[in-house]
Design a protein around this ligand. Sequence first.
Ligand code: SF4
Length: 242
Amino acid sequence: MNVNDAEIVLAILKNNDFEPTKDLIEADVILILTCAIRDSAEEKIWGRLGFLKGLKRTRKKDSFAGLLGCMAERLKTKVLETSDMVDLVAGPDSYRDLPRLLSLTDTDQRSVNVLLSLDETYADISPVRLNENSISAYVSIMRGCDNMCTYCIVPFTRGRERSRPVSSILREVEQLSEKGVKEVTLLGQNVNSYRLKPKKGGLRFADLLNRVAAVNPEMRIRFTSPHPKDFPDEVVEVNTSY
Ligand code: SF4
């Protein structure tokens, strides 16, 4: 999900005249996409912020650092209080707001947006693929989760479950097919509970699989991650031999 989120962030920033660089020394803005699923994932981010602090001393120009994703959502303003390296904090549903948040850092303000959404799926954004030459690609079909498993933080950091409109999923898969992609992985916290409104009935995951498979019968379709309780026979019985 974070790889796909990085591709969405890249698309939003490129549409606002930012260009990516692989040179950390040259970067004006450094955004770290974070995970909060385990303590060790967050420990790595604190280590990374320490590294950036050291780097800042050796750089000649100012730069801004931002924390994005689930750790940003979990810790919210605490990140700003704990680290003098972070100028911007944005949760997983706030990426459209990044250009505005970045413009605030231009005026020396630190900025935060950790609002979770009930309907944000970034459906109209075509992700900019991190590896254009890869024959595999990720396509997000839903976000968030309603399951509230006792050990899991996802419903609190990624919010309530919502499904992306099928037309925008099919459009993205078609574009990937035209670019020569041979394998697509459908992504979500709980992909097989994919359901378009109305909540009862409506288009389900098995229907979506059928439609995605019909885009290009030679394309391999994978999905992750499914939940056992949402695994109906219809998914097993999907006939994709077009
Ligand atoms: S289904 Fe998965 S993502 Fe959702 S709460 Fe349970 S473990 Fe977390």
